[in-house]
Design a binder for this molecule. Structure first.
Ligand code: ADE
Length: 345
């Protein structure tokens, strides 16, 4: 099974930036970004993050807002905060050197069994198995293990972990782990698995007959926010609001001021954008307002920001999307762009 899988991986693996390094820090960054986020979204963010924070020391001494700014758009910002804290602990308690073994990596804040095994196997070829959702699907399909409730799920998980631990190739542990994850991501997919091209088809008891639990249904919600801009001395400025530090969702990130949908009936809609967060599809209606048109709000920090600088801030993914569509954010390829005159007020 090892030979079949690794032979397939050598010919079919995607060329991904984190596959060109053995640096445990870079591998760590990639693995944290890849949790719950699509590969395509990670590629660009990974490269920019490592250009800015090339070493664990540089990440450790960074300002948290700068770390969040580079994480912007990836979502699940707690991962970025934990990564930052753990980098500080590598510097203060391990003289800036990443612990090498999975056991010692697991003692760092925010590094669980999955991340520890991924770093130790990919950077150092330690023969520890990585079990994520993809691996669990692939191996349970091979054996025909199904679960019908949470007790069954835990039992399948234990069997998969044991199976994976015995299967991992001691000579190419990092490639082996990445190969199973790759197989799950590209061939043994949740729906329509491509059994005809699977290197393990003849080992597999289920060959696509295995049911994968249905995804939770998406719900839809409509929300509204205000796009408030003015001409300032240093160029167009936009009015932003910082989410409270006590907020459980995206604390400390900057966003456009929220409006109540019911208060917007007489306002002229500037644009509508779609934005998905976890199981919710948002339709976000954006209204161009003047600062006087906003309600006074107790508490939250609100600030005029030079639009050309906003892209370096810790913006929420939605704020980045709206400001980009409005032509307000500086982008890498096109240089600084400002809002059309019609947008200013
Ligand atoms: N998913 C998460 N990490 C991965 C990796 N290193 N290779 C393939 N898929 C992954």
């Amino acid at each position: 099974m090892r030979r079949e899988l690794l032979g397939w991986y050598d010919c079919n693996k995607r060329d991904l930036p984190w596959r060109h390094t053995q640096d445990p820090y870079a591998i760590w960054v990639s693995e944290i970004m890849l949790q719950q986020t699509r590969v395509a979204a990670v590629i660009e963010k990974y490269t920019a993050f490592l250009e800015r924070f090339a070493t664990v020391e540089e990440l450790a001494k960074a300002d948290e807002q700068d770390v969040l700014a580079l994480w912007s758009g990836l979502g699940y910002y707690r991962r970025a905060r934990m990564l930052h804290k753990a980098a500080q602990s590598v510097v203060s308690e391990h003289e800036g050197r990443m612990p090498a073994s999975a056991d010692r990596l697991r003692k760092l804040p925010g590094i669980g069994s999955y991340t520890a095994a991924a770093i130790a196997s990919i950077a150092h070829d330690e023969a520890v198995a990585v079990v994520d959702g993809n691996v669990e699907r692939v191996l349970s399909r091979i054996r025909g293990w199904e679960s019908h409730d949470s007790v069954g799920e835990a039992a399948v998980r234990r069997k998969v972990e044991e199976f994976a631990a015995g299967l991992v190739d001691p000579r190419r542990a990092g490639d082996f782990n990445q190969a199973i994850m790759e197989l799950g991501a590209t061939v043994c997919t949740p729906r329509n698995p491509q059994c005809l091209v699977c290197p393990w088809a003849k080992e597999c008891r289920t060959l696509g007959e295995h049911k994968t639990p249905k995804r939770a249904a998406m719900t839809s919600r409509e929300i509204a926010c205000a796009l408030v801009v003015r001409d300032g001395d240093a160029g167009t400025e936009v009015f932003l609001e910082q989410r409270a530090a006590t907020n459980t969702v995206m604390p400390g990130l900057w966003e456009l001021p929220a409006l109540d949908v019911g208060d917007c009936v007489d306002l002229e809609e500037r644009m509508a954008v779609r934005h998905a967060i976890m199981q919710v599809n948002y339709v976000v209606r954006v209204y161009a307002l003047s600062a006087e048109g906003l309600n006074e709000k107790a508490g939250g920090v609100r600030r005029w920001v030079v639009a050309a600088h906003a892209s370096d801030m810790a913006l929420t993914g939605l704020a980045r999307k709206v400001l980009t569509r409005a032509g307000l954010l500086r982008t890498k390829t096109r240089g600084t762009k400002f809002a059309s005159p019609a947008l200013r007020n």
